[in-house]
Ligand binder design. Structure first.
Ligand SMILES: *Cc1c(COP(=O)(O)O)cnc(C)c1O
Length: 358
């Protein structure tokens, strides 16, 4: 076991011993052939997971690096932030801190952005970039990505940045087919790697836009990523240990099979959903829009969630999450991301029952 307390909170999640062994491999130089081979070896698996023909770039940063960097590469005029919870709300703040004119498309936490809302705003014009979080981890609400990207197709001059941090590899998000311009994810959620690395891919259209933008900076400059990618390298010294771990994880995913991986997440998620219903809890997100990688439960019983998690931790050496941001205590979240199986999730649910005191 890598830690004494197992994490069933939605990120970081438990990292397997096999992944840690890969992470601990001896260091190699980042401009040598061994690195180039390593970099090239992860491309096919990443492209398959992104469902893209485009290159997939590796960033030594958490997801926020690319969430901010994508704005700096693409925004010419005004950005529209689709806001449904803590992470997507913060993206608006980040855009403003970067000095952009940033407009809110805000819905009440727990709810999704609807295609009607998005179309109504884009029809008024003057937006050139939209940010969207596919799976809002704070509320357990998953946006209807197909319907929303269909709306974007009516506005070809508007670029779409999609955060798939907590949905990537949990269910298919076909980047090319949906016409996503920048798709990004982090390492510590569904991929079950340690935190500190982000992955992203950029459409041709977005690359062209980036080439017209001044002030892209250096560290997150998409053109630098592309230039280095052509030689199987990254712009600056990357987090090489993470790439070894990623290589190992992609082997795991290939041997499980993508279809089986998606089915495993659906199955573990529905175990949690059944438990929620059977115990008289309510969901924070409406039916039809619930996340497949985590479940955000409304604390409709007014329980002392923090005390419950304390008992879970001391008796069964694991934790769930006691709610994020302004809904801390009013909700709790159970993650089924990463390597969790029907067995491990069923076990967790019995431990939750065992430690619940009302
Ligand atoms: C966790 C999370 C982030 C933030 O990731 P960092 O690794 O902290 O940068 C962004 N978006 C979503 C949807 C997340 O779940």
């Amino acid at each position: 076991m890598s830690s004494n307390i197992k994490l069933f909170s939605p990120g970081p999640v438990e990292v397997s011993e096999k992944t840690f062994q890969a992470f601990r491999k001896p260091m190699i130089g980042h401009r040598g052939n061994d690195f180039k081979k390593l970099y090239a070896s992860v491309q096919p698996g990443l492209q398959q997971l992104f469902h893209t023909q485009r290159p997939v770039y590796i960033s030594t940063s958490s997801a926020w690096g690319i969430m901010e960097g994508a704005l700096r590469n693409l925004v010419k005029g005004k950005v529209l932030n689709c806001m449904t919870g803590a992470f997507s709300d913060k993206w608006n703040d980040v855009a403003k801190r970067c000095g952009y004119e940033a407009e809110k498309l805000q819905v009440e936490w727990g709810n999704p952005i609807t295609p009607e809302l998005l179309r109504a705003r884009l029809s008024k014009g003057d937006i050139d970039v939209v940010t969207l979080i596919h799976n809002e981890t704070s509320t357990g609400c998953m946006n209807p990505i197909k319907e929303l990207t269909d709306v974007l197709k009516e506005f070809p001059e508007v670029l779409l940045i999609v955060d798939t941090v907590s949905s990537f590899s949990v269910l298919p998000v076909p980047m090319d087919e949906l016409g996503i311009d920048v798709m990004l994810t982090g390492s510590q959620k569904a991929l079950a790697l340690p935190p500190g690395m982000a992955l992203f891919s950029v459409s041709e259209k977005a690359m062209k836009r980036a080439s017209e933008i001044k002030g892209r900076g250096y560290y997150f400059d998409f053109l630098e990523f592309q230039k280095n990618h052509e030689g199987d390298m990254t712009p600056s010294t990357p987090v090489i240990s993470h790439i070894f771990a990623l290589q190992s994880k992609l082997e795991d995913i290939a041997s499980e099979g993508l279809v089986n991986r998606y089915a495993r997440h659906a199955a573990t998620n529905s175990l949690v959903h059944d438990w929620v219903k059977a115990r008289g809890w309510e969901f924070f997100a409406p039916e039809g829009y619930r996340s497949v990688s985590l479940t955000c439960v409304k604390n409709n019983k007014g329980s002392d969630v923090a005390a419950w998690i304390g008992r879970l931790k001391s008796k069964h050496s694991c934790i769930i999450d006691g709610g994020y941001g302004k809904i801390k205590g009013e909700t709790f979240r159970i993650s089924n991301m990463g390597d969790e199986t029907k067995e491990t999730i069923s076990e967790l649910l019995t431990w939750l029952d065992d430690t619940f005191e009302g």
